[in-house]
Write a protein that binds this ligand. Sequence first.
Ligand SMILES: [Zn+2]
Ligand SMILES: [Zn+2]
Ligand SMILES: [Zn+2]
Length: 787
Amino acid sequence: MMDTDATTRPKAITRLQVQVRGIVQGVGFRPFVYKLAHRLGLSGHVFNSTSGVTIEIEGSKPALDSFLKTLRTEPPQLADIQEITVSHIVPFGVAGFSILHSREEGGAMALVPADAGTCDACWQDFSDPNNRRFGYPFTNCIHCGPRYTITEGIPYDRPSTTMSNFTMCSACAAEYADPNDRRFHAQPNACSLCGPSLALLPRGAALPESFTDTDALPILHHARGLLREGKILAVKGLGGFLFACDATNETAVAELRRRKHRPHKPFALMVRDIDAARALCGITTEDEAALRHLRRPVVILPRRLDTNQVPGIGLSVAPGNNTLGIMLPYTPLHYLLFSDSPQKDSAFSALVMTSGNISEEPIVISNIDALLQLDGVADWFLLHNREIATRVDDSVVRTFEGRERVLRRSRGFTPQALSLASANESVHPSVLAFGAELKNTFCLTRDGHAILSQHIGDLQNYETLQFFEETLAKMKRLFRVTPQAVAYDLHPHYMSTRMALASSIERKIAVQHHHAHIASCMAENHLSGEVIGVALDGTGYGTDGKIWGGEFFTANLGSFSRRAHLRYVPLPGGDAAVRQPWRMALSYLRDAFGPEVPDLACLRAIPLKQRDIVNAMIANQIQTVETSSCGRLFDAVAALLNLFSEVTFEGQAAIALESIALAGVTGGYEFDLHDGEPITIDLRTTILAIVNDLAAGKPAGEISARFHNTLSTVIAATCCRIRDLSGLDRVCLSGGSFQNMVLLRPTVVQLRRHGFQVFLHSMVPANDGGISLGQAAIACERIRTGA
Ligand SMILES: [Zn+2]
Ligand SMILES: [Zn+2]
Ligand SMILES: [Zn+2]
């Protein structure tokens, strides 16, 4: 009789090939696999390939099952697994597990990790006087540190990063080779003996041939002293230079504004730790999570009114704002500007940290450019000699309903891929979407992934265009994308449109701006089918040649139909009307009252001659287009309340209006919806009521609150009307106006009360930074359906 007892039969050996896709390179994935295989007694090997990580693993079935389970459930913290495919291959019968060299594979795509803020363990290392990395500003490990900003090619290995110039010392090399070390295969691994180092130079000094200081602390102490004296420093960080100054020194902050030619736009602050942030702002649990997240974005937080316990923040940091943009240090270098260790007092309650650029140009990334271009702003330069391969600004987020809402998507986010709404379709077109003109990003798609570029900026100068082109070339190379079509905005004068039309890619897909906003929100929320889309923003070119911006659509990813919009009013003088909100006030007043407008303080402040010119422009339709822009409506109301006659950046008036809105004010103003195709939203009675409230001496904060309430009621009422006509009850909210929390909050409440399902942006900006994703989603859909 044959022995059928399983315990005495030799165990069946299986060999699997496991392909892991997603963010699996540069995040400690191979060492994680290595350790796991050893622990389970499995043999085989692992290597980085151009499409991700490939594992061949051999052993008993239970051990392999356990291996696959842990792979899925306990990956390294920076990893983001998107797909695991497993196939059976012939067992080798060879013992041992090893990490092999990276391999190239034709055409496949790997995802490059984003930069990550310093992890807790590295924090310990550089702040411990007994650690060999004490005070070393470039301390990192497999769980943290630079990634995208040092990556020049794939696979992600040291030779394809800007760390290739540094040869590891024996201690670092030993860590790198030890599978049980946190720095096992950490590509940017370094210490003061072998890695990047600092130099501190005054304005006018020449760049040294080499950086030789191995002790960073004396340099950092000197830098700290300069900041305390009120000096402005240009500090080279992860993705570019930042200007730093003591945020409590009003003279220094005002001087930085003057030199940077940035009169009003808020400056971001960096504070040493969460307690320092709490001293300045009200912080919820989700705000704290956003601040501490390894992405370390700038988080927009409500200012505390009782900031007596800390020296006051300079008035010029964020004039006219009831919020502050705050971030925590994301590299040891930033931390060491405050103190040597957590046990020591911080030298500053906050430092201004703002992009190292002049006006709206891209941030500077090289030492030589900094010395040549930023010398009109910085008194001193804190440089290092690790090259920045890719320029990446700080990201900006705000939290709402427990989630981060990205306002500027850059460091820490880019180049993380988003999976497209249609990822489960079988056809995955590769497209390049050129984005909008302001807050530009572009988007590449491949295999159902959308890769959004970092924030590029306003495409209005040569340097920004160059930045766009460099980044595009790099991303195409890194992700091996060969687009089969380009998508672009309908606006004929956008630089992004001109670039798209000049592209050698033949297939070109035009996308209406607000349809792109809605599609961006749909794509992010993985929606298909038909939705009601509400897109409120400053400017977007309409299919009728007018300037849209207060739009209600029914839409799917392929097409849209305009169901309602704000009543058209004249936009006198195009860009000039954006800079001078009083022009929009006059336009709205004439619309509500006719040519004889009431005598208001906001208009009396404008020279009569200028008013006459604008009156004539509106009356005779000279240099005047019609607009349904919601941004311009905010401008008009801000001007009526006499908050501004002139602004220096788009959205400034709306932010001021949001800032003064009094909490606890209920009720709004009357308005009219006129049925039609599309429905017209008529706010003339609203404007009349605002003027009455002004005449009655009501406080501006109350009028602002009532105006915001009115708009949220308008949105809910219009959506109800569209639901009656279409039967749709899913609403996507998009466009820059929804960054305004005083508008967003009651809008969401009202829509839900009316039974709508509401979808918002989270990981993609609601503003024009999200346009490229929408364009890409629409282009993919049109290619897929042959439209
Ligand atoms: Zn670390
Ligand atoms: Zn070293
Ligand atoms: Zn827009």
